[in-house]
Design a protein around this ligand. Sequence first.
Ligand SMILES: C[S@@+](CC[C@H](N)C(=O)[O-])C[C@H]1O[C@@H](n2cnc3c(N)ncnc32)[C@H](O)[C@@H]1O
Length: 364
Amino acid sequence: MFSHIHPDNYQAQLDLKKSAITDLFAQFSMPEAEVFSSQPLNYRLRAEFRVWHDDEDLYYIMFNKDTREKYKVENFPVASQLINDAMKALLANIRNNEILRRKLFQVDFLSTLSGELLISLLYHKQLDDEWLEQAQQLKATLSVIAPVDIIGRARKLKMVLDKEYVTEILNVKGKQLKYQQVENSFTQPNGGVNEKMLTWASDATENSKGDLVELYCGNGNFSIALAPNFEKVLATEISKSSVTSAQVNIAANNISNLDIIRMSSEEFSQAMNGEREFRRLKDFDLTKYSYDTVLVDPPRAGMDDASCELVSRFERIIYISCNPNTLHDNLEILCKTHKVDNFALFDQFPYTEHIECGVILSRK
Ligand SMILES: C[S@@+](CC[C@H](N)C(=O)[O-])C[C@H]1O[C@@H](n2cnc3c(N)ncnc32)[C@H](O)[C@@H]1O
């Protein structure tokens, strides 16, 4: 199933994606894309597998995207070495353990470049003290591989053994930035490419004048790396757990000029337009910001029209996108007022049709 995933095929698949993207964006007369490659193998820091029970045995399965047929997965070459090591060790340790294996239907792995691992075990049964005891023993056994945490999930139940997050350390221009990443929250899947994206955005905004506003900031991934380049940063994000992590990350990296508010981009547009008042904004005077630069990193659906309109009021727009098609749609609006100065491709998802784009626009 994974025969195409091989370092020998890496450059050709990236060249194909570059050429498709160049065609897609031809109408915007953009500069040639600067391409940032990935490690050809073991680049994914997250992986999720269904579990198949076969009499006494159990193994990981995935599904063919086209035929929906299941196939057995013994190792997963795109996932980090840590995940591959843990996949084997986990099965070896639960195969003969009735309490841990019964009704287990999914395993999620979240690893980091810093060498930590979080394993979520998902069950179609309720979990009790007996399960907890066995899971603690499992954690102790797996800890020879790496610092491991385990979470058990069942309907309306989450059992966290010690903590439900990992701490990632990313190197950006000689600085080591610390990020709490919580289970089930958004984090960039390819750590090495994420470092390249942060470095690219940081280089592009060095010695900026004025402030940065960020929409869709997640756990503060970009906000924390870019804060030293601006006077002040105001970032917004909809997910409660990501905002909580972002607050932890601000403190862990000693950032003093960054505020994060839990707010959807739609609500932030309403607040900026004075259409609605928000208690969450009572400590913020939105008139005190100098709105020079905005950074957006929306989900696959791209930005709604109101957010596009808001963003187009800024002198400079940095747009990070995981979906070239919605980026294309949003650029049709943004390019009425702005022109593209920089264009970058980040190969976050090798051997798939997906690619991450970075675009920097300035007012015409
Ligand atoms: C592609 S992720 C980017 C996160 C972050 N910039 C990063 O690099 O990790 C998109 C983020 O947008 C958030 N989000 C989704 N819909 C949103 C909305 N309507 N308003 C604000 N944030 C939203 C998601 O929770 C997620 O954290």
